[in-house]
Design a binder for this molecule. Structure first.
Ligand code: SF4
Ligand code: SF4
Length: 217
């Protein structure tokens, strides 16, 4: 019996969707490992970047989307510039994060990362550039750690690393227009940020995670 194996028949639907929506050819990866060898966060990841790519090729959607790796990726692009197959791995990580977020799959230990991302973007949209005090205050409030790093604040004030007042930015309307155009912080997005259900979910996941960690230690 003859078997015809073509490029198209061996690709998983997960891989096909990713390649279509993200525009990156995951199938071009030949597992050289250069991406993982250069990744500065690899030591913290549950799967190395090349493993994420391989799992994507194999259609292991659930495992990929529930991995810590996609949330820990710092988008530093080291892997992207090292890849001999010119695969933009950082872009793939970003795509996978968006998919995981859409499906509500966020590992317990990393629930604060999407929250931080959203507060960060909202901060830039509001002030035109980063207003650290606003970011810290909002993040502490919504993550439930009200007094986190609070004792560092006086030192940072004295060294003029942070200011009580928001920065003054000329043409702030232009920045807001960019956000509006990109649609990344449209109304639906803001509603999600302040969605009590999501905040409650984040907090409860965090508490459960801490209890589980304490029981295991
Ligand atoms: S560097 Fe590129 S080809 Fe090599 S393992 Fe990573 S993704 Fe695959
Ligand atoms: S972009 Fe992400 S996966 Fe790639 S090297 Fe940087 S931290 Fe690692």
């Amino acid at each position: 019996m003859k078997w015809f194996i073509s490029h198209n028949t061996i690709r998983s639907s997960f891989q096909l969707t990713l390649e279509k929506e993200c525009g990156e050819k995951v199938s071009h990866c030949y597992q050289c490992g250069k991406c993982s060898a250069g990744c500065p966060i690899a030591f913290q990841m549950d799967y190395l970047p090349n493993q994420i790519i391989r799992m994507t090729q194999l259609g292991m959607e659930q495992q990929v989307l529930s991995s810590r790796t996609i949330w820990l990726c710092a988008s530093c692009l080291t892997c992207t510039v090292r890849c001999p197959r010119e695969i933009d791995i950082a872009e793939i990580m970003d795509y996978l994060r968006r998919q995981a977020y859409k499906k509500g799959i966020i590992p317990v230990e990393e629930t604060e990362i999407p929250l931080f991302n959203k507060i960060f973007l909202r901060n830039i949209e509001l002030f035109g550039r980063l207003y650290e005090m606003g970011l810290i205050g909002m993040f502490n409030m919504l993550s439930g750690e009200f007094f986190k790093d609070v004792f560092l604040a006086p030192k940072m004030f004295l060294k003029q690393k942070i200011s009580i007042f928001p920065p003054r930015v000329k043409n702030i309307k232009e920045t807001r227009a960019i956000f509006k155009r990109s649609g990344k912080l449209g109304k639906a997005h803001r509603d999600k940020l302040l969605n009590p259900r999501l905040l409650f979910l984040n907090l409860s996941r965090k508490i459960i995670g801490k209890i589980a960690k304490r029981d295991n230690s």
